[in-house]
Design a protein around this ligand. Sequence first.
Ligand code: ATP
Ligand code: MG
Length: 386
Amino acid sequence: MNYFICHYSEIGLKRKNRAFFEKKLIFNIKEIIGRENINRIYKNISTIIIETEKSENFISEKLKKVYGLANFAPSLKTEIDINKIKDVSLQVIKDKKLKTFKVETIKSYKNINLSSHDINCAVGDYILKNTKNKKVNLDSPDITIFIEILKDEVFIYTQKIKCYGGLPVSTSGKVAVMISGGIDSPVASSLMQKRGAKCIFVHFHAYPYTSKSSIEKVERLVKILTEYQIDSKLYLVPFGDIQKEIILTVPTKFRVLFYRRVMVKITQEIAKKENCLGIVTGDSLGQVASQTLESMFCVHNGIKLPIFRPLIGFNKEETIKLSKELNLYEISILPYEDCCSRFVPQNPAIRPDIKEFLECEKRLNISKIIKDALKKVEIRNFNLNK
Ligand code: ATP
Ligand code: MG
């Protein structure tokens, strides 16, 4: 049997609500690893233990996708008995070609009559006696043997694999993410998931005026993001006809801003229907003309739901780094026909005037546009195991 012990950090600070977060965290672990791959999962003090016959690689890849975990460790299990602890610790280090080591005991339960320091010394001495050429180094050892003492059982490990931390997905409620096929909005989705939000995705496309490439791309991106949140809903909104109307009605310099504004307004209606408490975009301040403060002031003016822009202070390289880490990048950079790059003016407004902008909006029959768009929406469902 293989044992993985999982630690969380922030949930530990949740006092009265802690049980709610722990329950959701265990639920998410089960779903993400797959219930059929787990023999047993339970909590001991504030450590979550997984018993499985699956390989370390398989489980590690899955656990890295569980938001709320601080780290996890593939471990060996033994009993509350100093002789057994010594033997298993020796087993862990014996065949490793490492010179220096340190023993670190974490005592979460008082069920052994020895202090952490006593256990460190006893195990250290035992290893020194039973190996050749190994030395203790407390400052920068080649390897640390962690001995974690819990209620009725002890886990021994040498490797803590770091996770993203944050809060379990779905503990913070739902948000509607405006997802394009680009690099930014999938990363913005991921940052919201990390803080416990479940994402509903909304994508605007110009099919049949363009190919289906943006839809296919977004589907692939949502599939990856679903690995973190178990299941997802993607709303596909045809935008080609709406673009035509915008082009015919508003000044060229405001064209892209009105594409965005109408998208936000339609997303707001979908968000309300889905009980989402916010709209998320991949905007980063000043990245392009439609993302200056003045442009965002126009585009998002008067929108009732809060708008979250997790990347607002990110430089492009920082977003790309995360995009690569999350395996989104390769898909995000594939060529596609973005509805917003159709009929883009040469000189878009960079510092639009809000009064002039809102005056122009009166020429569009926005409530009709929204009503028509909602009728044409298509919904795709995604599930981790499908
Ligand atoms: P991204 O990489 O996410 O496409 P970007 O830097 O290309 O972002 P823009 O194209 O200006 O920026 O879009 C800004 C934000 O508007 C996007 O991050 C996304 O949230 C939203 N958005 C843009 N195009 C679409 C679309 N076709 N469908 C849904 N949302 C969109
Ligand atoms: Mg884009």
